[in-house]
Design a protein around this ligand. Structure first.
Ligand SMILES: *Cc1c(COP(=O)(O)O)cnc(C)c1O
Length: 409
């Protein structure tokens, strides 16, 4: 029996179009734990692509902790937090997370979520609803992560908040706009570390601006939490900023090596988000065993082992900055473990990713809409589990591949 109807035809046509524009993405199935070596289709690849910056995703202490958590709490939470899903493991985790940011945010309280995507949706839509319909205005950085963009769009649809984009390298325009903004609630939203470029947002200046123009500042530190700051508390610790106007988002599936995310802010904001945050209210609580595992992860992050791992990362970053040079490709040197190499066209980025794969490396090509058109790139990320030798070998391979591609074109 042949089935053909219009929605099915549309799906097939759309996929064909993506193929033709070299924009179709492919899933690759891994057969090993997340680490610097990955088994993919029976081949072992050297992976420089995960966000497991501290190399904790397969740490023996965390593997033990999740088993222990399951023994203590079972596997499912059974309900949303406000019904019966909020366990002592969640409560302990939230207190510990709040302590991580309490130096920077007075009267800090934290709220745990199953993902960063959800935390961002909850924070932006919830905060926008502090004011009445049409009374909030949201300033969103142009390079923000998709989950922030979607949160802003949903907030705007729900509350008729006014939305303006700003360039994080031109804060004068942002100030100008804020100066002329009479909305009772103003919210600035920005990535702490830009996920596809690796650069750090000017949060010190933004805190000043938020104070001066009576705004809230939401910082999504998905790539800074665990990585930045002496104790790994993230960008606020690193930049030594303090303000009750900061709404901090940390994610726990990247450097923390597990899963989940949290919002940390002055207690009244968190209480409001518990009352009115729809993604919080209408979603089943994360398994308590995950929260239990995260408590061990936070201990590792804060203490000697975390410090050692951050030192290793910083050594890798320094070597990359000093020793990696290209002829035509553009290296965007950042001070974080995200080190993009911009190749421009989708075809070039795909060709480089393919040659890297042939050489035993896993570094995917990142294309639009994840990055702006014409800036397709290799997104190289380091883990504390990479050795200096691993990195030097990668540098050699990349130089060879650049020459090969230049020679062919
Ligand atoms: C990964 C990421 C998120 C989403 O976090 P998840 O826990 O993976 O859902 C949000 N913001 C930024 C900047 C990210 O890089």
């Amino acid at each position: 029996m042949s089935t053909t109807f219009s929605a099915l035809n549309m799906a097939e046509q759309q996929i064909t179009d993506l193929d033709e524009q070299l924009l179709r993405r492919k899933l690759r199935i891994t057969e090993s734990p997340c680490d610097t070596k990955a088994s993919v289709g029976q081949r072992e690849l050297k992976a420089f692509c995960s966000n497991d910056y501290l190399g904790l995703a397969n740490h023996p202490k965390l593997v033990t902790a999740i088993a222990e958590g399951a023994k203590l709490y079972g596997v499912g939470s059974g309900a949303s937090h406000l019904i019966s899903g909020h366990s002592i493991a969640h409560d302990l985790l939230e207190k510990k997370l709040a302590s991580f940011e309490s130096e920077s945010i007075p009267n800090a309280r934290a709220l745990f979520f199953s993902t960063g995507y959800l935390a961002n949706m909850n924070a932006i839509t919830g905060l926008a609803r502090l004011a009445g319909q049409g009374e909030a205005s949201i300033y969103s950085a142009k390079l923000n992560h998709a989950s922030l963009i979607d949160g802003v769009r949903l907030a705007s649809a729900q509350t008729k908040a006014k939305v303006a984009l700003f360039d994080h390298q031109d804060l004068h325009s942002l100030e100008e706009a804020l100066r002329n903004d009479a909305h009772p609630l103003k919210l600035i939203v920005i990535d702490g570390v830009f996920s596809m470029d690796g650069d750090i947002a000017p949060v010190e200046k933004l805190v000043q601006i938020a104070e001066q123009y009576d705004a809230l500042l939401m910082v999504d530190d998905a790539h800074g939490f665990g990585v930045l700051g002496k104790q790994g508390h993230g960008i606020l610790e690193q930049l030594n900023v303090h303000s009750e106007r900061i709404i901090y988002i940390g994610t726990l599936g990247k450097a923390a090596g597990v899963s989940g995310a949290f919002i940390c802010a002055a207690a009244p904001f968190i209480e409001w988000l518990i009352q009115k945050g729809r993604p919080y209210i209408y979603s089943t609580a994360t398994p308590p065993a995950i929260a239990h595992t995260l408590l061990t992860s936070l201990e590792l992050i804060e203490n000697d082992e975390g410090i050692r791992r951050r030192q290793q990362l910083n050594q890798l970053i320094q070597i990359w900055r000093e020793e990696m040079s290209f002829i035509n490709w553009e290296k965007v040197s950042s001070s974080t473990p995200i080190q993009p190499v911009i190749l421009g066209s989708n075809a070039n980025a795909l060709a480089a990713a393919k040659l890297l794969d042939d050489a035993g490396y896993w570094i995917p090509a990142i294309r639009p809409p994840t990055v702006p058109v014409g800036s397709s790139r290799l997104r190289i990320t380091f883990s504390a589990n990479h050795s200096v030798d691993d990195l030097r070998e990668l540098i050699k391979t990349l130089k060879m591949i650049e020459q090969k591609i230049q020679g062919a074109s």
